[in-house]
Design a protein around this ligand. Structure first.
Ligand code: GSH
Length: 328
């Protein structure tokens, strides 16, 4: 675990001293957008046109943010158009590494991919990374924006016509994301990485207040934004699927389990059982990464054997429904 300072790798754990024991996540630095015509997106510069074979994703199968991009790539039928490298589950002194040199740049450490894009980069070296093979640089390292690009820019290179961010539901999706991101997706990290009792208790209470709220919503409707599956569901799913296996124990989010919430656990199983989603879930990487890498939390690195989860059990949510993509 570490970060780059002016392009030089430094091994250090998160600094929570200056924030009263609270973990604060850094904003992502590469913020360009792939677009259908190569014009600039909402942030960053233009020149990144959607083309089959041009882009590469660096992911960790353990990481919930990277997992979002793998799910959207699969739901949008982009597996052949966008290649993927998977980092080793263990994140040690060199940060994320590859078991074998990566096929694009021949690197063995993810921080070398960052310095290949910007030799003076300063900041954390995170997954996911969307790499442009044509320009030899990083398009984006912000998962929330990468999933938007995968959803919207690649219509010409896929025959899957579903829309995970349909115009009529955008306000609702944004509103849900604005609650789920701080309270749940990042809330579990704020609970687990807190270094004072007060910071932990504040974070864990916030996680469960929001899970209670989500339980109530998902008892009333099949998906977070209504009747169709959207990016809001993908974003919640990647935290839910890790929750009982990792966040309950390792991050001390143990007031309740997802298994104790009937609607949330049925919803989790429904999403997990989608044929595009299930192959993206790797519990070996998920459990090994957290329990082996975070030595300040789990010094022995021992990975617990349980819990026994049956995500293949039946659910009551019916077949998946998606919004149809509008032809431009
Ligand atoms: N805002 C980023 C966060 C990504 C992120 O924090 N990824 C974690 C893995 S779960 C990481 O790579 N952490 C390494 C570090 O912080 O040094 C996104 O959503 O893309």
């Amino acid at each position: 675990m570490g970060l780059l300072v002016d392009g030089v790798w430094q091994d250090q754990w998160y600094d929570t001293k200056s924030t009263g024991g609270r973990f604060e996540r850094q904003a992502s630095r590469f913020r360009n957008f792939v677009t259908a015509d190569g014009g600039p997106g909402p942030t960053g510069e233009g020149g990144f046109r959607a083309e089959a074979g041009r882009y590469h994703l660096y992911v960790s199968l353990a990481c919930p943010w990277a997992h979002r991009t793998l799910i959207v790539r699969a739901l949008k039928g982009l597996e052949d158009a966008i290649s993927v490298s998977v980092v080793d589950p263990f994140m040690g002194k060199e940060g994320w590494t590859f078991a074998a040199p990566d096929p694009i740049l021949g690197k063995t450490r993810l921080h070398e991919v960052y310095t290949a894009a910007d030799p003076t980069y300063s900041g954390r070296v995170t997954v996911p990374v969307l790499w442009d093979k044509a320009r030899g640089t990083i398009v984006s390292n912000e998962s929330a924006e990468i999933i938007r690009m995968l959803n919207s820019a690649f219509a010409a290179v896929t025959d899957v016509a579903i829309d995970l961010y349909p115009a009529p539901l955008r306000a609702e999706i944004d509103a849900v994301n604005d609650l789920v991101y701080p309270d749940v997706n990042n809330g579990v990290y704020r609970s687990g990485f807190a270094t004072t009792q007060a910071a932990y208790e504040e974070a864990v209470a916030q996680v469960f207040r929001r899970l209670d709220w989500l339980e109530e919503r998902l008892a009333r409707q099949p998906y977070l934004a209504g009747d169709v599956l959207t990016e809001a569901d993908v974003r919640l799913f990647t935290t839910l699927v890790r929750f009982d296996a990792v966040y309950v124990g390792h991050f001390k989010c143990n007031i309740r389990r997802i298994a104790d919430y009937p609607a949330l656990s049925g919803y989790l199983r429904a999403l997990y059982q989608l044929p595009q989603v299930r192959p993206t879930v790797d519990f070996t990487h998920i459990k090994r990464h957290y329990y082996e890498s975070h030595k300040t939390i789990n010094p022995t690195g021992i990975v617990p054997v349980g819990p026994a989860l049956d995500l293949d059990a039946p659910h009551d949510r019916g077949p998946a429904a998606f919004a149809a993509a509008q032809t431009p």
